[in-house]
Design a protein around this ligand. Structure first.
Ligand code: CAA
Length: 419
């Protein structure tokens, strides 16, 4: 939609995303096991909220409304009702309207959409939070919890790891239709890990990935599905991480900028946000992301720009194939041609269209409710030159985020301009 009232992101805060293979993640073999514990959902939410308020110099009392994106707190940590958990981060938030928003892995994007809608309705200062803890369960148990983002009754039996199986199917069909090579998929993974290696907040900051390892299944990189038909199509290196983390943003109107003593140069402007939703009970075309495409068409129209104007993007690479399908859904490549972008290095940090510069969901990590909020924060940080070792050259003028829930069932696409 075209925004009737201008909206700006003035900054935020991201906790580190951690989980298995992160040096600070406390697992049974860690030297600090028994002495130290991983941050809880409550601690992550509090850290992100306080961090965003402090980083932007916003007092909690100035916040008029807030949202938190979270998918399944009830299953991973026995905790729902997270609007009230946001209030627990700062007494200044007491008695404000704070709501949890859920759209599977697009929960964070929907929280951001909610803030923009509220600004259109006259709200001036908003807080947007996203958080998830997933490492309380094994990856296999987590596979069952995450399967609630699919049509559980029909799709759960595909594999214990339902989502990796759903995307293995997309890989198989895309390979049949367009001849995608294992090396091209491997290149998506190598880019994600190599960007994450430059990002101190990334889950996979300490894990190296070579093209040789990423391109074939091995003991180091198992094809882990039990579904024999789909198992050959996906490996651990193609998957996003099971991560814990939180992210928060302060999003304001023009009047909000004035109230907080900020100028447009502190901010990035939100040119448009569009959400599209597909039918949970239908599978759709496995080689396209039709819902993301529908959201993108609306977002480009709202912003009055075409895909060729995008200078930097954060896209939902829950699996390596998803990044390639997103290139096509967002108009960065024609159908069947996404792998050309990755092969030519165009979406690397030094390329002409850098994508997922902090590592994306495969490298930075994927605490599902936090992801859509983190994506927006990443665009703000890149546009303000704050990304350190993974900073893109120059200050990108137009940025895009695409956050997706389920197997392309809820999509939120937002477009930003650097001011
Ligand atoms: N050969 C065969 N199988 C092997 C193996 C080998 N050499 N090594 C391991 N495995 C199997 C094992 O069976 C193991 O399971 P069990 O231990 O329960 O038997 C399984 O692979 C996983 O191994 P690990 O537990 O050691 O692997 P891990 O902890 O490193 O996890 C992963 C790897 C399974 C890929 C995990 O990272 C994962 O599940 N990632 C995807 C997370 C996900 O799906 N997120 C949601 C994305 S979808 C989205 O974004 C949209 C939405 O709305 C949900």
């Amino acid at each position: 939609m075209t925004l009737a009232r201008r909206a700006f992101v003035i900054g935020g805060f991201n906790t580190p995303f951690i989980g298995k293979n992160h040096p600070d993640f406390i697992w049974k073999g860690h030297a600090d096991f028994g002495k130290r514990e991983n941050p809880t959902l409550e601690e992550l939410i509090t850290t992100a909220v306080r961090g965003a308020l402090a980083a932007t110099g916003t007092s909690a009392s100035a916040v008029e409304k807030a949202w938190i994106g979270n998918f399944v707190g009830e299953l991973f940590v026995n905790q729902g009702h997270l609007g009230a958990a946001v209030v627990g981060a700062d007494p200044g938030l007491r008695f404000k309207p704070v709501m949890r928003v859920e759209g599977a892995c697009a929960s964070g994007g929907l929280a951001f959409q909610s803030a923009i809608d509220a600004i259109q309705g006259g709200t001036d200062v908003t807080l947007v939070v996203g958080a998830e803890v997933q490492t309380t369960a094994s990856a296999r148990q987590g596979g069952d919890y995450l399967a609630r983002a699919a049509h559980y009754r029909r799709q759960r039996s595909l594999d214990d790891f339902t989502f990796p199986a759903l995307f293995a199917l997309r890989i198989r069909e895309y390979q049949k239709a367009h001849g995608l090579s294992d090396e091209d998929l491997g290149r998506v993974s190598v880019k994600a890990y190599s960007n994450a290696n430059k990002n101190p907040l990334a889950h996979m900051k300490a894990v190296r990935m070579t093209l040789e390892n990423a391109s074939k299944a091995s003991m180091l990189n198992p094809a882990f599905l039990s579904n024999a038909e789909l198992a050959p199509y996906i490996k651990v290196s193609d998957c996003s991480q099971v991560s814990d983390g939180a992210s928060a943003l302060i999003v304001v109107s023009e009047e909000g900028l004035r109230k907080l003593g900020k100028s447009a140069s502190d901010a990035i402007e939100v040119l448009s946000v569009a959400t599209a939703t597909g039918d949970l009970y239908e599978d759709g075309d496995p080689i396209r992301m039709e819902v993301t495409e529908a959201a993108a068409v609306k977002a480009y129209a709202g912003a009055g720009i075409s895909a060729s104007k995008v200078a930097i993007a954060e896209v939902h690479d829950c699996f390596t194939i998803a990044e390639l399908l997103m290139y096509e859904a967002l108009g960065f490549a024609k159908a069947g041609q996404a792998s050309g972008l990755i092969r030519e290095g165009r979406t690397e940090i030094e390329g002409d269209l850098p994508v997922n510069t902090g590592g994306g969901l495969v490298g930075f990590g994927h605490p599902v409710g936090a992801t859509g909020v983190k994506q927006v924060f990443e665009i703000w940080r890149q546009m303000k030159g704050l990304c350190g070792d993974y900073q893109v050259p120059g200050a990108p003028e137009i940025g895009l985020c695409a956050n997706m829930g389920g197997s392309d069932k809820t999509a939120v696409v937002s477009i930003f301009a650097n001011r």
